[in-house]
Design a protein around this ligand. Structure first.
Ligand code: SAM
Length: 220
C-alpha cells in the first residue's frame, strides 16, 4: 500500500518537473538538475498542498510567504554557477527548500529568515534530513550577514527596492549575487559578479517575489 509520502510516486513527479519545467526550458546545469531531482520539495510544502508540490507555480507557506516556482529557483541556482567548495549566504529561508538545494551543491550555507517561526521549522526539517552544513538564523538579512562574510555567493529570495550595497560588499573576489530588484509588479533578477574588486551587473529574467522587508530599528 502506498503511503502519501511514497518516495517512488514523488520521485516520478520530480522527474517530470525536471524534464518538462526545467530541462525543456533551457536549464542545462547538470548539478542543479540533479539536486532538484534529489530534494523532496513536497516535504517543504504544507500538508494541504503537497499534491501540488511539483507543479509549475509557487506554493503558499505559513506567515503569508511562498516557496518559489521551481523554474525560477533553477534559473537563480544556474546563474550562480556554484562550486562544491563555495560558502553561500541565503536571504529568505522560507520553507528551507532552496536551502536544501544549496546544501546539495556547496560546502557551507548560512541562511537568514525574518520570521522566527519559519526559521525554526526550516532548521528542524533540514537537520532531520541530515543537512549538517546549514546554519539557519532568525533575523533581518536585508543587509546580509557581515559576521561570516565574505561569501562566494549570495542568493536573495525576496525583492529589494534597489540593489543593497551591503550585500555587494560581502562578496569575495569572483563572488556572485543573485537578487530580484523592483516593486510588486515590476521586478527583474540582477546578477552581480565581482571581478578585480569591482561589481559587474547583468540584468536577467523578469520575476515576481514577495518583498524583502528591512527592520526599521536597524536604521536608528
Ligand atoms: N526560498 C524560499 C523557499 O524555498 O521556501 C522561499 C522564500 S520566500 C519567496 C521569501 C522569504 O524571504 C520569506 O520567508 C520572507 O519572510 C523572507 N524575508 C523577507 N524579508 C526578509 C529579510 N529582511 N530578512 C530575512 N528574510 C526575509
Amino acid at each position: 500500500m502506498s503511503s502519501p509520502l511514497n518516495s517512488d510516486v514523488y520521485l516520478g513527479l520530480r522527474q517530470q518537473m525536471v524534464d518538462s519545467q526545467l530541462r525543456a526550458r533551457g536549464i542545462s546545469d547538470e548539478r542543479v538538475l540533479a539536486a532538484m531531482l534529489r530534494v523532496p520539495r513536497h516535504l517543504f510544502a504544507p500538508e494541504r498542498s503537497r499534491d501540488q508540490a511539483y507543479e509549475d507555480h509557487p506554493l503558499p507557506i505559513a506567515e503569508g510567504q511562498t516557496i518559489s516556482q521551481p523554474y525560477i529557483v533553477a534559473i537563480m541556482l544556474e546563474a550562480l554557477a556554484l562550486l562544491p567548495a563555495d560558502r553561500v549566504l541565503e536571504i529568505g529561508t522560507g520553507s528551507g527548500y532552496l536551502t536544501a538545494l544549496l546544501a546539495e551543491l556547496v560546502t557551507q550555507v548560512i541562511s537568514i529568515e525574518r520570521h522566527p517561526s519559519l526559521a525554526d521549522s526550516a532548521r528542524r526539517l533540514l537537520a532531520g534530513m541530515g543537512y549538517d552544513q546549514v546554519t539557519v538564523i532568525a533575523g533581518d538579512g536585508s543587509r546580509g550577514f557581515p559576521e561570516t562574510a565574505p561569501y562566494d555567493a549570495i542568493i536573495v529570495s525576496a525583492a529589494a527596492p534597489g540593489l543593497p550595497p551591503d550585500l555587494v560588499e560581502q562578496l569575495a573576489e569572483g563572488g556572485r549575487l543573485i537578487i530580484p530588484v523592483g516593486r510588486d509588479d515590476s521586478q527583474q533578477l540582477q546578477l552581480i559578479y565581482i571581478e578585480n574588486g569591482k561589481p559587474r551587473t547583468t540584468l536577467r529574467e523578469l520575476c515576481r517575489f514577495v518583498p524583502l522587508i528591512s527592520d526599521p530599528s536597524r536604521d536608528q
